[in-house]
Design a protein around this ligand. Structure first.
Ligand SMILES: [Zn+2]
Length: 131
């Protein structure tokens, strides 16, 4: 679209920024400026798609960061819990091992005692038979 110089009123090609005749700078009307701005505002659909997927990925990223933070908090809680009670758990396991060993010794003792009682009774039966 040609434009007319506001200085000398010569018709100029739309690509020229200055008047071909007098060199005066091209004057853009407010309507033309608005048209150019509107043209720039209309972005190609590819850019809009990229922006949409960027927003989506950004949202997912925020969500993941939030989840990660919550998990990290839970891990920290568990670590604190473990640090507080690890010693106690170890102590109880030690006690349990001692009880098991004691139990085994008692079991063996009872078997031996039972055998001794049995032998003693058999011996008495024999003794009674003899007398
Ligand atoms: Zn001119």
């Amino acid at each position: 679209m040609a434009w007319n110089c506001i200085n000398c009123e010569s018709a100029n090609d739309y690509q020229n920024v200055h008047c071909e005749v007098c060199g005066y700078e091209r004057y853009f009307s407010i309507r033309e400026v608005n048209a150019l701005l509107a043209e720039q505002a209309e972005e190609p659909s590819d850019v809009k798609k990229v922006q949409a997927s960027y927003k989506r990925v950004n949202t997912v990223n925020k969500k993941l960061r939030q989840d990660n933070k919550e998990l990290q908090d839970k891990i920290n809680d568990l670590q604190r819990f473990y640090d507080r009670y690890a010693h106690e758990v170890e102590r109880r396991e030690q006690g349990l091992r001692q009880l098991r060993a004691q139990n085994r010794r008692l079991g063996i003792g009872m078997v031996i005692g039972g055998l001794l009682v049995l032998l003693f009774m058999l011996a008495r039966v024999k003794v009674e038979f003899i007398f």
